[in-house]
Design a binder for this molecule. Structure first.
Ligand code: PHE
Length: 344
């Protein structure tokens, strides 16, 4: 009997060690030795054939063998489970030394960035942002701005007409009249109006048939040319830095009187002019048009020029963006070449 127990014990050990290389096989081994009809159970069936005095010894031997086999199976089970998990994970392992995959993040267009900055500066000064249609009537684009039909100054802005009375707006100035009309007569206005404008221009490094303007209009009692000057100077310094200087030259717009062309000291050469390709040696760059709102423009939109006065200005966003970012060809803004856009 002793011999038998030891031999089953040995056989079980061998089976666990060699035969079982998967959990399934190991389970077969467990059933074979420890199952209800397993070899250990079979051994015990013969216990009554053993002399009573021998029984405790045999029982102990049997118990030891069974316990050992049970714990061997438990150990092996743990080992196989670990190996199976490792095998499963191996093909899923991540090589952290591989270079990452680049994800292209989008960002705002340089014209939008410039426009946002302009808006920010005027919003800080308490301006509202107004909007008007790009397809405009002849009345708002010209007549309400003191440009009656056949006025020679209409030639300053070659227009895209849709019908005799409807055109693509050539400037954001129509929003001046629209905003005044929306207000209670003579009530104060402090607004900017950004948007696209259209002119029959060539498409070259400094012209485009579509570009972006920001209109400005301030109306209140006792608004003076000094207010205009101070406002524009503050704006230019915010936009181009404290070193930027401003210069006004007399000009003409039908809707402002007096009118001025506003220059900023060249952002490339700082105003020296020597050998500067951007300002062509002058040290100055024309950047916007401005003036005191013409009395007729006020009265046409319901305001009384004897009670209130105002100033207006119009600036080109492309021009400002070119100066701010050192871009020498306006077409780059519209081509949308990512090699260009990625630089902002
Ligand atoms: N609308 C003018 C232009 O497009 C600019 C301007 C606006 C001038 C407001 C004076 C006042 O050229």
């Amino acid at each position: 009997m002793e011999e038998k127990i030891l031999s089953v014990r040995r056989a079980a050990r061998d089976a666990i060690q060699s035969a079982a290389s998967t959990l399934k096989e190991l389970d077969n081994v467990r059933v074979q030795f420890l199952g209800k009809k397993g070899e250990f159970t079979q051994l015990m069936k013969n216990i009554n054939q053993i002399a009573a005095e021998e029984r405790p010894k045999i029982g102990k031997l049997f118990h030891e063998a069974r316990t050992e086999i049970e714990s061997l199976i438990a150990d092996k089970t743990a080992e196989l489970k670990e190996r199976e998990l490792a095998d499963k994970l191996a093909p899923e392992s991540i090589d952290i030394t591989l270079p990452g995959r680049h994800v292209n993040a989008g960002h705002l267009h340089p014209l939008t960035l410039t426009l946002n900055r302009v808006k920010e500066i005027f919003l800080q000064m308490g301006y509202s942002v107004e909007d008007g249609p790009e397809v405009e009537t002849d009345y708002y684009n010209f007549e309400a701005l003191n440009l009656p039909k056949d006025h020679p100054a209409r030639d300053m802005q070659d227009s895209f007409y849709i019908t005799d009375d409807i055109l693509m707006r050539t400037q954001t100035s129509p929003v001046q009249a629209r905003t005044m009309e929306r207000h209670e007569p003579n009530s104060p206005i402090r607004m900017i109006a950004p948007g696209r404008v259209y002119r029959r221009d060539d498409y070259d490094a400094s012209h485009s048939p579509m570009f972006t303007q920001v209109e400005g209009l301030v109306i209140d009692e006792r608004i003076t040319f000094g207010d205009l000057k101070g406002t524009l100077e503050y704006f230019l310094k915010q936009m181009f830095g404290e070193k930027a200087r401003m210069r006004l030259r007399p000009s003409f717009f039908p809707f402002t009187e007096p009118s001025a062309e506003v220059d900023v000291s060249c952002v490339m050469c700082g105003g020296h002019g020597t050998d500067c390709k951007v300002c062509h040696g002058s040290g100055w760059l024309e950047i916007l048009g401005a003036g005191m709102v013409h009395p007729d423009v006020l009265s046409m939109s319901g305001y009384d020029p004897k009670v209130v006065s105002g100033f207006a200005f119009g600036l080109g966003i492309e021009r400002i963006a070119m100066l701010k970012y050192g871009v020498d060809d306006m077409r780059l803004f519209y081509d949308n070449d990512v090699r260009f856009l990625n630089q902002f």
